[in-house]
Write a protein that binds this ligand. Sequence first.
Ligand SMILES: O=P(O)(O)OC[C@H]1O[C@@H](O)[C@H](O)[C@@H](O)[C@@H]1O
Length: 249
Amino acid sequence: MLGLPAHVTACLFDLDGVLTQTAKVHNAAWTETFNGFLADRAAATGEPFRPFDPGPDYNRYVDGKPRADGVRSFLASRGITLPEGAPDDPPEADTVNGVGNRKNVVLLNRLRSDGVDVYEGSVRYLEAAARAGLRRAVVSASANCRAVVEAAGLDRLLEARVDGVYARECGLRGKPYPDTFLAGAKLLEVAPEQAAVFEDALAGVAAGKSGGFGYVVGVDRVGQADDLRAHGADVVVTDLAELMTEPVR
Ligand SMILES: O=P(O)(O)OC[C@H]1O[C@@H](O)[C@H](O)[C@@H](O)[C@@H]1O
C-alpha cells in the first residue's frame, strides 16, 4: 500500500526537498552567497569569475550536507581553502563559519519573505504512514529543521527529529555518513534494516546505502534519477504519492 517492503516498520524522511520545497530556497541562498564570495575574490586576485552552478555544484558538493561541510566541499572543488574560524564568526568573515553564517542570513530572509511550502504528495504519504502505524522521523542536516517543520505544520505527523543542532550536540557526522539516519532509527527504536530512508540528495541516498537501511527511496526533484540510483537508491520517484500506487518489484 505504501510501496515499501514488508520488513519496513519505520520511515526516516529528509526534510528539504523531500517533505518541504525548501531545497530550492537553500540552493538560492547558497548561489547568492557563493557568487558574492567568488566575485569579491575575482576582483581581488584578477582571476576570472566563474559562478556557482545551482545544478551540478549544488547537487554534488552542498545538497544534504551540514552547512560547514557544504562550504568546505564546494570551495575545495575550486581549489580554495579558508580558515575554519569559529561558529559565532560574523557573516562578513572569510572563514568557513563566516561564509556559512552569511548564507544563513540570506536563507532566513528568504524563508521569512517566501514562507515554507510543503509537497502535498509528501503530506498525504506521511498521513497514510501514520494511519498504517509506521514510525516516522525527520532526519535533516539543517540547523533550521525545527523552524521549517513547524512553519510547515508537519510536527503533528513526526515522532522524532534528528537535525543539525542535534548532530552537533551529539558529535554525529553529517551525510554522506549514515550517523544521523542511524540516530533517527535509534530514536524510533527500530533496527536500520526495518527503516526506509527517503532522500532527494546524493549525499543522503549514499548515507542510506552505507547505513544498511531496509530500503532507500530516492526522490528526484531535479532530474538526477540515474545519479540517485548510482549513489544507492533502491527506487526513484518524483513524488512520494507515487509510492502509494506502485507495488514493490
Ligand atoms: O544551513 P542549514 O539550515 O543548517 O542547512 C544545512 C543543509 O541542510 C540540507 O538539508 C540542505 O540540503 C543544504 O542545502 C543545507 O546547506
